[in-house]
Design a protein around this ligand. Structure first.
Ligand SMILES: Nc1ncnc2c1ncn2[C@@H]1O[C@H](COP(=O)(O)OP(=O)(O)OP(=O)(O)O)[C@@H](O)[C@H]1O
Ligand SMILES: [Mg+2]
Length: 226
């Protein structure tokens, strides 16, 4: 009888979760109202809801870009709000508006995510190339981002978010500009990140993306409706 320890593909066991407790966010009016959700590590969680329902606001609070008016966002007991609006180094975003530097090349845009975390430039560039390849845009590394199509920029933004091997990956509508084939690639890569044990949250309007996720949280007018 074998007593081999199971180190197989069950990454969620014993891992951290990103916990949001009673989050309220007020900016003129109440944009999030008493939202409590848990995003477990090792799982892919879909965050859906109509335009304006609060997905981006919630992701921003979850990742420490934005401070909640009240409530807590914690990973393993650590507050996600660092006090400055700079996310913790283990957090990576794929932003809805990409947030790329237009005059830098695709490779530089990805590489800077690693350089900002102290990776030596040559190593960062090498990893950036590999990250671009994951999204089928290895050939675009030298191209200036402002010369790329919307879908190409979106894939550069994915490469930049994925390259760091984050503990928490927050992807805000990362497939909105992609064709079916590229959407499938991004979904597979999201799954891969969850499989290595990351907390992975994907905000989406796309039912096919929701279906591909393990868990589903839906917002409406700033409240959790499922
Ligand atoms: N800084 C702000 N000040 C005031 N209102 C804001 C601010 N940011 C967002 N809002 C409002 O908060 C609501 C939620 O916005 P949010 O961007 O979180 O929605 P969303 O679900 O991500 O929408 P979409 O699907 O269009 O991306 C919207 O009504 C928006 O107009
Ligand atoms: Mg949004």
């Amino acid at each position: 009888m074998s007593h081999r320890a199971d180190t197989g593909p069950e990454p969620a066991a014993g891992r951290a979760a990103l916990r949001l407790e009673a989050i309220t966010y007020v900016a003129g009016r109440t944009l999030l109202d008493d939202v409590s959700v848990t995003f477990p590590a090792g799982r892919l969680t879909a965050l859906s809801g109509p335009s304006g329902s609060g997905k981006t606001t919630l992701m921003s609070i979850a990742g420490g870009l934005l401070q909640a008016t009240s409530g807590t966002a914690e990973l393993d007991g650590q507050d996600m709000w660092t006090g400055s609006g700079d996310p913790r180094p283990e957090v990576a975003f794929v932003l809805q508006v990409y947030g790329l530097v237009p005059i830098l090349s695709a490779r530089e845009n990805v590489s800077i995510a690693l350089r900002a975390r102290g990776v030596a430039p040559a190593d960062a560039d090498e990893s950036a190339e590999a990250a671009l390849a994951r999204f089928g845009i290895a050939d675009l590394g030298e191209r200036q981002v402002e010369e790329l199509s919307g879908g190409q920029m979106q894939r550069v933004a994915c490469a930049r978010g994925f390259v760091v091997g984050a503990g928490v990956l927050l992807a805000d509508e990362p497939t909105s500009e992609l064709d079916e084939g590229n959407r499938a690639v991004v979904l597979a890569e999201l799954r891969e990140e969850a499989a290595r044990g990351a907390v992975v949250v994907v905000a989406t309007h796309d039912p096919a993306v929701v279906d591909a996720c393990d868990l589903h949280i839906a917002l409406d007018e700033g409240r959790v409706v499922r």
